[in-house]
Ligand binder design. Structure first.
Ligand code: 3PG
Ligand code: MG
Length: 391
């Protein structure tokens, strides 16, 4: 790791541009999950403690390069003030003079960086303008680090820079789960499509000892193995790719775990009549909506043998009851092993974190990432431009 942290920087009397990710869910003008805001508090406080003036840069939604009133970051100010315990100065159009005129202990939030196309274009003129606003750049937005934008990548190269506390924590957690993990390592990968997770699976079979495949993706692997899956969601045209992954895994010594039993129903609906069947007995008019109890038992056995677990994607249609059962039970088993000090557990991705929170497993997980896309790209073994630009 070639980047610096806040500990390495002299911030006294300096204006510190700090890229944060406060792209939080909002309903009716109110922040409904403040996790991302809570997680940047240590960085802002440490900058203040070191005598720096934090000027937060952030995006919000995808306004496509023009001002969209509903995507103003102003909406986040009350929550930021509550979590920071101090007032936040909101600035629509920043200038160095205006920032310098603010008190030394001010905390500033600049309007949505994506209100101009120059941000996502990573336009050097925008990077230069941002650099002119501050003396130091601190990136605390791991969850936006997969974007090579002016505020995440371009500006980093123009100023002395460092990683914020959250960024350092996220990278440390991922490194200990997949970079230099304690073995054996198990990865749980779920979700709908193999096609969106090909790079991920390809990278994981080289790095982990056990790979658990769940959700709609597992159905595609079952098709590859010649198992009938009825009306289940699957990418039948990806069966050959799935087969190639299974073959490659044999060569890398990675054991792939697919469901051994399934929960099937005639329709994708909450409370739909359902039954548990062996994996090869799916009726032609039914669909697989969850992993069955024998699968979960088998996974518990795998988890118990492992020292490290990394999780991205649910095992079933967890958003509708009772098809959350497989995901929740497996997550709770991982959480219990973690609480006993036997397993290190790291998870990321919007759906995954929501499932872990709903199941009650999240509180015992070793680390829950704030990132979705960036977590996935990191797991795929890709270099994140926002991280690469530091140092
Ligand atoms: C996220 O919410 O995943 C990050 O803030 C990145 O947002 P983006 O996918 O719009 O770049
Ligand atoms: Mg996203």
């Amino acid at each position: 790791m070639s980047w610096k942290t806040l500990d390495d920087m002299d911030l006294a009397g300096k204006t510190v541009l700090v890229r944060v990710d406060i792209n939080v869910p909002v309903k009716d003008g109110v922040v409904t999950d403040a996790t991302r805001i809570e997680r940047i508090v240590p960085t802002i406080k440490d900058i203040l403690a070191k005598g720096g003036k934090p000027v937060m840069l952030a995006h919000f939604g995808r306004p496509k390069g023009k001002p969209v009133p509903e995507m103003s970051l102003r909406i986040t100010v009350p929550t930021l003030e509550e979590k920071l315990g101090q007032s936040v100065t909101f600035v629509e159009t920043p200038s160095r003079e205006a920032l310098d005129a603010l008190p030394a202990d001010a905390v500033v939030l600049v309007e949505n960086t994506r209100f101009t196309p120059m941000e996502t274009d990573n336009d050097p003129k925008m990077a230069q303008f941002l650099a002119s606003l501050g003396d130091v750049y601190c990136n605390d937005a791991f969850s936006a680090a997969h974007r090579a934008h002016a505020s995440t990548e371009g500006v980093a190269k123009l100023l002395p820079n460092c990683a914020g506390r959250l960024m350092a924590q996220e990278l440390g957690a991922l490194e200990s789960a997949l970079g230099k993990p304690e073995r054996p390592v198990v990865a749980v990968v779920g979700g709908a499509k193999v096609s969106t997770k090909l790079d991920l699976l390809g990278n994981l079979i080289e790095k982990v000892d056990h790979l658990v495949i769940g959700g709609g993706m597992a159905n595609t692997f079952l098709v590859a193995k010649g198992v009938e899956i009825g009306t289940s969601l699957a990418e039948r045209d990806m069966a050959d790719t799935a087969k190639a992954i299974l073959e490659k895994a044999e060569g890398t010594g990675c054991t792939i775990h697919l469901p051994v039993d399934i929960v099937v129903a005639a329709e994708f609906a909450a409370g739909a009549a359902n039954e548990v069947l062996p994996v090869d007995q799916c009726p032609a008019d039914k669909m697989i909506l969850d992993a069955g109890p024998a699968t979960v038992e088998a996974l518990k056995g795998v988890f118990a043998q492992c020292k490290t677990l990394i999780w991205n994607g649910p095992l079933g249609a967890f958003e509708i009851e009772p098809f959350h059962t497989g995901t929740f039970d497996a997550a709770l088993a991982a959480a219990a092993l973690t609480a006993d000090g036997k397993l290190k557990t790291v998870a990321g991705g919007g759906d995954t974190v929501s499932a872990l929170n709903k199941s009650g497993a999240a509180k015992d997980f070793t680390y829950i990432s704030t990132a979705g896309g960036a977590f996935l790209e990191w797991m795929e073994g890709k270099e994140l431009p926002g991280v690469a630009a530091l140092g």
